[in-house]
Design a protein around this ligand. Structure first.
Ligand code: PLP
Length: 410
């Protein structure tokens, strides 16, 4: 990085501090990852100076010769990666991708049906505190209380009752493969559009280790910074027939100029994701998650929600430890393990009685199943002995050994 320490020591020092933190911490926040040096470098390039408004075929300003090359590469690579007929790589974030899709397919007041936040759904899918719940009439499905898995018969029953215009599949904290075809059938039965938000699992889809929703749904949204390992941003994939209205919904309806430095970084990340090494990475992400789940299944006082994981993440029910999710996350962070507090499917209030852990970042820094199992053992030890200074110090030492052994820079 260009040395701007003299111009702005406050920001320079904060960046140095964050870089060191990322080296020192075992990052288990399931939505984070490590972008490559190339993805990071292009975001600090001159592209940030260029105002690019509109699409390569029709620009508002002049001077887009190089920008057109970048935009076309990003769009074409996204289509290739996900076998999509249409891609829009301009949304600034996952939230803006969702907003654009809603504005393309819905009118204010229309009914939408999505996964509840307690079951692992995302708040941009119709929660009342978000624009999506304020603009649209939102209804929710959960998981089966016994299995904590999606119950497609129950989702169909609710869909028939509600008659939504749009059904949303996809979650932030659900650790099993989602059956896109079952959602397609339900949407067809009630005449709804089907949108999949694959933000969490996009990398697993790209790596071929989770079924691809692009052939099945009318429209698919995603972030680009989670399992996909790109820059912070969003994207939309869809069938060709929706191209015009989705393009318009992004620009001019919900955005003006593109973040060209980010679009270039997306293009680089898509190219990386098309390589065989990325496929291997995604396989290892799942192996590592399963190695951790095997430890949690045997642990005292910790219950693995839904009994296992088929993807990169899992939620732990901590009720038996008497720790809230927030207390557990703080305790683990004190020994250098980063997680986040999480709602549980059967929680009756919003305490957040669990934590969520994920393997994308540790896998990017080279942790294997043995390392992942060690991390899970540390979590169990810390949560079962919150006041034992010796155990906490020991955990801290093992975290340092693991992080020293696997540098965080890609
Ligand atoms: N959709 C899902 C499923 C998510 O999990 C998230 C973020 O975690 C988003 C959308 C929002 O993405 P962003 O933070 O880029 O707006």
């Amino acid at each position: 990085m260009y040395d701007f320490s003299k111009q702005d020591p406050t920001i320079w020092n904060a960046v140095q501090k964050e870089e060191q933190r990322q080296e020192d911490v075992i990052e288990l926040i399931a939505s984070e990852n490590l972008a490559s040096k190339a993805v990071r470098a292009v975001q600090g390039s001159v592209l940030t100076n260029k105002y690019a408004v509109g699409y390569p075929e029709s620009r508002v300003y002049t001077g887009n010769e190089a920008i057109d090359v970048i935009d076309n590469a990003a769009r074409n690579r996204a289509k290739k990666l996900f076998n999509a007929e249409y891609a829009n790589v301009f949304p600034h974030s996952g939230t803006q991708a969702n907003q654009a899709v809603y504005s393309a397919f819905l009118q204010p007041g229309d009914k939408i049906l999505s996964m509840s936040e307690h079951a692992g759904g995302h708040f941009t899918h119709g929660q009342k505190h978000n624009f999506s719940g304020k603009l649209y009439d939102s209804y929710f499905y959960g998981v089966n209380p016994q299995t904590e898995l999606l119950d497609y018969d129950e989702i169909a029953r609710i869909a028939h009752e509600v008659q939504p215009k749009l059904i949303i599949a996809g979650a932030s904290a659900y650790s099993h493969v989602i059956d896109w075809w079952k959602f397609r059938d339900i949407a067809d039965e009630v005449g709804a559009y089907l949108m999949v938000d694959m933000a969490y699992i996009a990398g697993l889809v790209a790596g071929g280790v989770h079924p691809n929703p692009v052939d099945v749904a009318d429209v698919v949204t995603s972030t680009t910074h989670k399992t996909l390992r790109g820059p912070r941003g969003g994207m939309i994939l869809a069938k060709r027939q929706y191209a015009k209205k989705l393009d318009q919904a992004v620009f001019p309806v919900s955005q003006s100029g593109t973040l060209e430095q980010v679009v270039a970084a997306k293009a680089i990340a898509y190219k990386e994701d098309l390589q065989p090494e990325f496929r291997e990475y995604t396989k290892q992400v799942i192996k590592n998650a399963q190695a951790m789940a095997a430890v949690f299944k045997q642990a005292d006082q910790i219950r693995l929600v839904s009994g296992g994981t088929e993807n990169h993440e899992m939620t732990l029910d901590l009720n038996a430890t008497n720790l809230t999710g927030a207390q557990a996350a703080d305790l683990l962070y004190s020994v250098g393990i980063a997680t986040n507090k999480e709602l549980l499917p059967l929680e009756t209030d919003d305490t957040m009685e669990g934590i969520r852990v994920g393997t994308p970042t540790i896998t990017s820094r080279g942790f294997d199943e043995t390392d992942a199992a060690t991390v899970a053992e540390l979590i169990v030890k810390v949560l079962n002995h919150p006041n034992d200074k010796t155990q906490l110090n020991e955990a801290k030492m093992i975290v340092t050994e693991l992080t020293n052994h696997h540098p965080a820079t890609r």
